[in-house]
Each structure stands twice: as structure tokens, then as C-alpha cells.
Design a protein around this ligand. Structure first.
Ligand SMILES: [Zn+2]
Length: 447
């Protein structure tokens, strides 16, 4: 009996020792909104004109800068760097798809070789919520919730989404039925949501190609609507200290609609005036729509939350070889274009570095180390990025000294999610399924 009790005490002591081994997080709250493809070239003037009131309110009380990035500017690659602070060689995500024993497949959450910010925080008892982030299917087992994003390229849908009945889309799995209901409801009211971007569109408008790019844009908008609504409802259900939400509509609209917004950007474009009238406002409307969503998330956050808004790269007129300019007139693939960065909240310095040629700018590599610092956790020296100390006031920095760096957080394999053969088949089958569903909803062939 005594021996048992002695052993039990020993076991407890061993567990406690394990707990003590790593650095501990301090209390903080961060809301991180990723806006793929947002560029100062468009957001800046719109902000000045009062068209993006929520972003402007953050900028007015906080920190504004270009965000340095790298090439190739492929979304899965950069967003994984943002979430890890590591190079593509380190995190292992170099493209949308990769060859596997089962053929060419979309890159999945298990393919990331290193821990993401949500792992690092979650493993140190910080509650996290991750919504719509690239390469998060199957949903990872996080300390909080994750609404995953699955990109089904074969269906022509570049940005990931959530789908009714798809397995492993959400952690905790017990929330699956609620997610299905939310997705179904949003699919039903997708035409209403689309009016925010395509309200001006005359009935039956467009060539076959224009109809296709409109569909593409509407699909991305539907995905974002699902993700923003999930983020709001999940974080109401379970408040978290770190909430990260990704949206792709600005990127998709900018690729598809640039020539209608700025028809003079390329001399070879000869855009009919009727097209400019019909589609010229889609990109600004996408920015306004995202700004409203930012406002809704900020309104739901506690007042002492650090708000971060970032894009992975900027945008300009750019045609992709082998694509018609009706299909793709804006891009970022062949030029190094900085993204946007806006921050506001406790400790954030008031500054605007957009016209400061000498300032040290933040980079996509720095976001994870900087968020770690906010939670009192050290940067690891195997991270490419650094804590962007320029973001903070000197008072805040004096009260929150940098924690000595550690060599790595990767002292054990990162947790992955086992995928069954049926689940793999569900992903493969998703393509036809999704196309069918879009058709039945009037998305394909109807317009
Ligand atoms: Zn893009």
C-alpha cells in the first residue's frame, strides 16, 4: 500500500518535471487576420477615402508598414512560413500539390514538417483557434479549435474551403455537425453574399471565360464567408487567446478582375467600357467586404487584444503566360511585391513606415517569433524570422524583456493526424462532388 502511494507520488513528480521543462507562456490575447494578396497600392487610397473604416481605425491607433516577403509567392508556401517563422526548405511546403504513392495530391496538414504557431502556443497551455488557414486538412488536434481548409484544385477552386460531410474538417470532431449546418446555410445564401461583389452585374453578363472567373471569385467569397462565420461562432463557443483567420477573396478577385479596375495598366488591353462598368468595382468591393469582416472580428475581441492584419504579398497588373488576359490580369508571381501589415493593441507603437525608406520593415518570417514574444515565449534560433521589436513602444518592451532564445522547439516529432483510406478517397472524390454541388446550387452553367 505504502509502496503504491510512494510510486504514485514519484509518477506525479515526474509529470511535474516534464511540465517544467519548456518555457511557459504569459497571458496575452492575439487576433491575427490574414488577407491573401492585399496590397497598399489599393488598400492605401481606399483607407484614405474612408472606404475601409475598420482597417483605418486600426491604422490610426497603431502600426502600419509594408510586409517584406519572398518568392515564389505561392500562397501555401508563404502562409506556412507566416505560421512557422521558417523557410520553405525547413517547413517542406513548396507548392499546392505534390506527388505521393497515391498519385498527385493536394498538400495536407501532415506534410508540414515543423510546428506551427498554434502548436507552439497550444503545447504551452494557450488556447488557440485557427480558421481557414492553408494546408490544415485534416484538421490538426490543437488546444482549442481548428476549422480546416481543403483546396480542391481539380475542381478549379484554388482557395480551400469547407464542405458538407467532408471528414476531419474541424477539431474538436464533436463540432462537425454544427460546421456542416453552417456550411449548408452559407451555401444556400451564397447568391445573396455574392451581391456584395457582383451587385452591379447585368443579367446574363459576360463571355464564357468571364462567367468562369466570376464563378471562381464567388466560390472564394463563399469560402471566406464560411470561415469568418465559423471563426465568430467557434470563438463565441470557446474563447481562445490566439485566434487566426485566413481569407482569400482579395487575392482571387485581384487575379481575375485587375483589368477591369485598371484597364490602362497594360497597353495591349482593350477593355470594353461595359466590362469596366460591370466588373470594375469587384476588387474594391472585395476589400470593403473583408474590412467589414475585420470589423466584426475586432468587435467580438476583448479590448486588450493585439490585432494583426497581414497579407502574404502585394499585387499588380501581371499576365500569366498561357492564360488569356480575361482569365488572369493581376498577379504577384513574377515580381517581389511587399504585403500589408497593420497592428493595433497593447504595447503597439504608433507609426506608419510606408514612406520611410530607412526603417527596418517586418517580414513574413517575423510574425511567428513576434507572436511568441507577445506570449512571453522565446524565438528559436532555427527560425528564419526574428522578433520584430520595432512594433512595440519602449515602455512595453521595457516591461516585457525578450526571453533568451532556445535552439529549437522541434525536440520531438510534431503531432500529425492519421488519415484512413476512406478519408483519402473522400478528398479524391471531393472534386466531382463539389462540382455537382456547385451545379445544383446554380453556380455552374446557370449564369
Ligand atoms: Zn495569388
Amino acid at each position: 500500500m505504502r509502496l503504491h502511494r510512494y510510486l504514485a507520488v514519484l509518477c506525479l513528480a515526474a509529470l511535474a518535471a516534464c511540465d517544467d521543462s519548456g518555457p511557459k507562456a504569459r497571458a496575452a490575447k492575439v487576433l491575427f487576420i490574414g488577407v491573401d494578396g492585399a496590397t497598399w497600392d489599393i488598400a492605401g487610397p481606399m483607407m484614405e477615402r474612408g472606404e475601409l473604416p475598420n482597417l483605418k481605425a486600426l491604422a490610426d491607433r497603431g502600426f502600419v508598414a509594408p510586409l517584406e516577403t519572398f518568392q515564389p509567392s505561392l500562397s501555401p508556401v508563404i502562409w506556412t512560413t507566416i505560421a512557422t517563422g521558417k523557410t520553405k526548405e525547413q517547413h517542406g511546403i513548396t507548392d499546392f500539390v505534390h506527388g505521393t504513392a497515391h498519385g498527385t495530391e493536394p498538400v495536407l496538414s501532415n506534410d508540414r514538417r515543423v510546428r506551427a504557431i498554434w502548436d507552439l502556443l497550444g503545447e504551452r497551455d494557450v488556447r488557440v483557434g485557427i480558421v481557414g488557414w492553408w494546408l490544415t486538412w485534416p484538421a490538426e488536434v490543437v488546444n482549442g479549435f481548428m476549422v480546416s481548409s481543403l483546396s480542391v484544385l481539380e475542381a478549379g477552386l484554388w482557395k480551400g474551403s469547407a464542405y458538407v460531410g467532408m471528414p476531419r474538417q474541424i477539431h474538436p470532431a464533436a463540432w462537425s455537425a454544427d460546421l456542416d449546418r453552417l456550411v449548408e446555410a452559407e451555401q444556400k445564401r451564397a447568391p445573396e453574399t455574392a451581391r456584395a461583389l457582383f451587385g452591379n452585374l447585368p443579367a446574363g453578363f459576360g463571355t464564357a471565360m468571364q462567367k468562369r472567373v466570376i464563378l471562381d471569385t464567388e466560390s472564394a467569397l463563399l469560402s471566406d464567408q464560411i470561415f469568418f462565420e465559423s471563426a465568430k461562432s467557434c470563438s463565441r463557443r470557446e474563447p481562445v487567446a490566439f485566434l487566426a483567420v485566413y481569407c482569400g477573396i482579395v487575392d482571387v478577385a485581384s487575379h481575375r478582375m485587375w483589368r477591369y479596375l485598371r484597364p490602362k495598366d497594360k497597353p495591349q488591353w482593350d477593355v470594353p467600357l461595359a466590362d469596366v462598368d460591370a466588373l470594375g468595382d469587384v476588387i474594391p468591393a472585395a476589400y470593403r467586404w473583408v474590412d467589414r469582416k475585420i470589423g466584426e472580428l475586432v468587435a467580438q475581441a476583448d479590448a486588450d487584444t493585439l490585432i494583426l492584419v497581414a497579407s502574404d504579398h502585394g499585387f499588380h497588373a501581371e499576365m500569366r503566360p498561357a492564360m488569356s488576359d480575361e482569365e488572369r490580369s493581376g498577379g504577384h508571381e513574377f515580381a517581389l511585391l511587399p504585403g500589408i501589415f497593420v497592428a493595433a493593441g497593447p504595447g503597439v507603437r504608433k507609426a506608419d513606415l510606408r514612406r520611410d525608406a530607412t526603417a527596418k520593415l517586418p517580414s513574413v518570417y517575423d510574425l511567428t517569433p513576434t507572436v511568441l514574444h507577445v506570449f512571453g515565449l522565446p524565438r528559436a534560433t532555427d527560425m528564419e524570422g526574428h522578433v520584430y521589436v520595432e512594433l512595440f513602444t519602449s515602455e512595453w518592451s521595457a516591461a516585457h524583456a525578450l526571453v533568451p532564445e532556445i535552439a529549437t522547439y522541434e525536440t520531438s516529432p510534431r503531432p500529425t493526424v492519421a488519415i484512413t483510406a476512406e478519408e483519402r478517397a473522400a478528398v479524391a472524390g471531393a472534386k466531382d462532388d463539389i462540382l455537382e454541388r456547385l451545379k445544383s446550387l446554380g453556380y455552374l452553367g446557370g449564369k
